[in-house]
Unconditional design. Sequence first.
Length: 150
Amino acid sequence: MKNKDIQNKEIKNDELKDEGLKGNEKIENAIASLQADASEERLAHTLTVIRRRMRENGQFIVAVEPPSGEEQIKVQDVKTPDGKNWWMAFTSFEEELKGSNSVMSTFLTDINKMFTSALEVDEIDGIIINPWNRTIMLDKNLISIILGNY
């Protein structure tokens, strides 16, 4: 493929993205960098990138469980081997599709609102962004740092 073809493909893919997801590749790149070189500086950079996307009114894709009976829709959670419960969030539809072996119901949510809600729900320990690939686990302490509560 020629450079021009690659650029045209990237432009076309960007046009298909939901407006709230445009820019989330910055989060994916920061996470990939953190995974390659786990350090306090890289973690601080990654949290800063997430905060910037939040302040730009960025969105995540969230998996939800359909309501049963009178219940409201619940954000789908995953339990890690240590017994902790985490909400799952995805930076793009591509990330969502990478590891799921079942069809998930999803919706877009404001990053800020999701983080604020996560701090209020006692049943979860935090949020895992992109659990299948470019993963970062944000416990409530890290979420508070991103929100600027410290």
